[in-house]
Design a protein. Structure first.
Length: 174
């Protein structure tokens, strides 16, 4: 099962196809919610579990905000500690040279806006090519499809963007 835009879905045998399951009274898969937190990271820290496809913003007092995320596909996963080095609203996107070698069909530049794959907000992680960003493909939330970036819905990344500051610690776990 994977989470897609707050709706539970199951992958079928045909690539790209999905079948909706009945809605339950439980919070939607990947829905933003406050959860108990006792994992030892201080308030204001962002912790990402790529295996769970979850991002946690630690509030303190034993709580964190949990968000559903999309993560790097096989061969593009990573773990480590970074800091938020820059924040941008409706960022422009220029695919890095490594991505253009893999996908020469990609445009060389996309201005910020609804068609931009970085979505509404981007949090740049240190001097790496990785970002926590929104997405113009919300159906990828809960999936392992990126080139290593952490994808969120535009609504969730805007919420997170308003909470974090440049210098915020980001811990990525497998």
């Amino acid at each position: 099962m994977r989470c897609i835009a707050g709706v539970r879905r199951v992958r079928s045998l045909q690539p790209g196809a999905a079948r909706r399951l009945s809605q339950s009274r439980q919070p939607a898969c990947g829905a933003r919610q406050v959860v108990p937190w006792n994992r030892g990271y201080g308030p204001g820290t962002v912790v990402i579990s790529t295996s769970q496809r979850r991002l946690y913003y630690v509030l303190g007092n034993g709580q964190a905000i949990q968000y559903g995320v999309g993560v790097g596909r096989q061969g593009f996963t990573w773990a480590g500690t970074k800091t938020v080095s820059m924040k941008r609203e409706w960022p422009d996107w220029r695919p890095p040279p490594q991505m253009l070698r893999r996908r020469p069909d990609l445009p060389r530049y996309i201005p910020g806006g609804m068609e931009n794959p970085l979505g509404a907000r981007a949090l740049y992680l240190g001097s790496s090519l990785y970002r926590i960003h929104g997405s113009n493909e919300p159906e990828t939330i809960g999936a392992a499809v990126s080139s290593g970036c952490i994808r969120m819905t535009n609504r969730d990344v805007t919420d997170l963007y308003d909470r974090v500051r440049v210098g915020t610690k980001v811990v990525v776990l497998r």
